[in-house]
Design a protein. Structure first.
Lengths: 162, 349
């Protein structure tokens, strides 16, 4: 008896209609797609993206060439050379980050005593030529200058939880 | 305007054959090709929606020009010939698939006896043309000198032969009721005062389902696209094709789908007849818009089925074709004969 019932059930294509019903329901469902270049998903203030070197409000660069970030970097992506500037402060002559080596762990930012090296929330960048993966000191400072407002805002937002 | 009209007059009287060719090109081919382009766009959109995505939206307003961009990309690409492939046959195969797909449109009427060829045996011509297309696939598979292509071609041939029997019987039941092979006569036989209750889908409901499912199998569409079967034979018969020949295969597949979408309403859903009773005035009047709306529904159903069902296993396809569809169709041909003989269905207005 059950065989006869299942025979007629399969002839009526009930299961197929149920499947078609599922896809029809999803046809009207709200879509998840983010139209990427025009739209972005929300990004946490702790997001670890492209690096930047910050300055004090008076324009002086924060970095004091303590080399803690170079020491802590697990991927050995940071290279620093330093010298004694005319005003007898220790400053970097070279501060380079190899973006291919960097694993974006954020240890450099954690280790920095003067909040100089930071990871911004920039995640859309590319290189067109060989060698452009190495960010030099002027480039890092330029990124910091350009996005200082966002960097500062993200740090302020995250401060109560640190 | 009169100068233009006289120039037109001069052209068609001086070059009658050429103007006929241009007319043929402009009427069935160009709309069909644009229809295919829009259909591909519509397919990607609908499948996108069913996947909770939004589909193409970048090229042109709402992404409408996406297909044209893809086609131009394909036409500009290099055509790669496989090692030791049979080059003339390799190039002939896509055309062999394409020509029947377009030729079949000659007998498709868009109104009562409005067709390029109002042939008496229109249905027979359609069957012949849809069967011819499979040669293109078989030749493509053989000429490619590739195991995958060969397997795809064999699968496609076996599948189309199996399903053509069921499809043929489904059409036989239609012509038993209509008493004619002429497509316009078949539609007119479905006319009556009651709108959609007069159409053949009601007395021939199992045939209607089987016809549409066989149509899926005939056009190598999911869930019957064993000839392509990406998961096991990469892309089946057209695995070695690139550039323009691939575009032709693509065009053929979609032209065939549109053809099946137009045939299903002709045979079972009263073509250009209105689904509403004739007493409803303008709403009950026949017109090509009903035909296009019905065909659009079936074309969308193709996409809907593709988004819903996984691919059949090959032996299951054969089982379905030979052990389910053919017995049902044979029984229903007799049922249709009885309906006609004892006058259980009213045929014609």
């Amino acid at each position: 008896m059950s065989r006869v019932v299942s025979y007629f059930k399969s002839l009526l294509l009930l299961e197929l209609w149920a499947g078609l019903g599922v896809t029809l329901r999803y046809l009207w469902a709200p879509k998840y797609t983010v139209r990427f270049p025009m739209e972005h998903i929300p990004r946490s203030p702790r997001f670890r993206g492209l690096h930047a070197l910050r300055r004090y409000p008076n324009g002086e660069e924060r970095c004091i060439a303590c080399k803690l970030c170079e020491a802590v970097c697990p991927a050995l992506a940071i290279t620093i050379d330093s010298h004694r500037r005319e005003d007898d402060t220790r400053r970097t002559t070279r501060y380079e980050i190899d973006l291919f080596k960097c694993i974006y762990c954020g240890f450099c930012e954690e280790s920095c005593p003067v909040d100089s090296i930071v990871l911004t929330d920039i995640l859309e960048y590319h290189m067109e030529k060989r060698g452009e993966n190495i960010l030099t000191k002027p480039q890092l400072l330029a990124i910091g200058d350009r996005f200082e407002k966002d960097i500062a805002a993200a740090r302020t937002e995250d401060a109560p939880y640190r | 305007m009169t100068a233009l009209a006289s120039a037109y007059e001069w052209f068609i009287t001086t070059f009658p054959t050429l103007s006929m060719a241009i007319g043929l090109l402009l009427f069935p081919l160009l709309p069909l090709i644009i229809g295919v382009a829009m259909y591909v766009y519509w397919e990607r959109k609908v499948i996108g929606w069913m996947h909770v995505r939004i589909g193409p939206n970048q090229i042109g307003p709402l992404g409408l020009l996406q297909t044209f961009a893809d086609v131009f990309k394909l036409l500009l690409k290099e055509v790669i010939y496989p090692f030791q492939a049979n080059k003339p046959l390799f190039l002939l195969a896509p055309l062999w698939a394409l020509v029947p797909a377009f030729a079949a449109w000659a007998v498709v009427p868009i109104g009562s006896h409005v067709a390029w060829s109002d042939a008496n045996a229109g249905l027979l011509f359609l069957l012949a043309m849809t069967s011819m297309g499979v040669y293109g696939i078989i030749i493509a598979g053989w000429a490619s000198n590739s195991r995958y292509a060969m397997l795809g071609a064999m699968r496609s041939a076996a599948q189309i032969i199996s399903y053509e029997i069921a499809m043929g019987f489904a059409l036989v039941s239609v012509l038993v009721l209509a008493g004619s092979l002429n497509l316009s006569d078949i539609v007119n036989a479905q006319a009556g005062g009651k709108g959609l209750l007069d159409w053949f889908w009601l007395p021939l409901l199992p045939m209607f389902v089987i016809y549409f499912v066989s149509g899926l199998a005939e056009t190598n569409r999911l869930p019957f696209d064993m000839a392509e079967g990406e998961s096991e034979i990469v892309a089946g018969f057209h695995v070695e094709y690139s550039g323009a020949p691939f575009a032709v295969f693509f065009l053929t597949e979609y032209a065939n789908m549109i053809l099946i979408s137009f045939l299903a309403p002709l045979l079972f859903l009263g073509g250009w007849l209105s689904p509403f009773p004739a007493s409803w005035g303008a709403l009950g009047a026949p017109g090509w818009w009903w035909f296009v709306a019905k065909a659009f529904f079936f074309a969308t159903a193709f996409i809907w089925l593709r988004a819903t069902f996984p691919r059949y296993r090959y032996d299951q396809i054969m089982r379905l074709g030979w052990k389910v569809f053919i017995p049902i169709t044979i029984v229903w041909v007799f049922v249709a004969g009885c309906m006609k003989y004892f006058g259980w269905v009213t045929v014609g207005a």
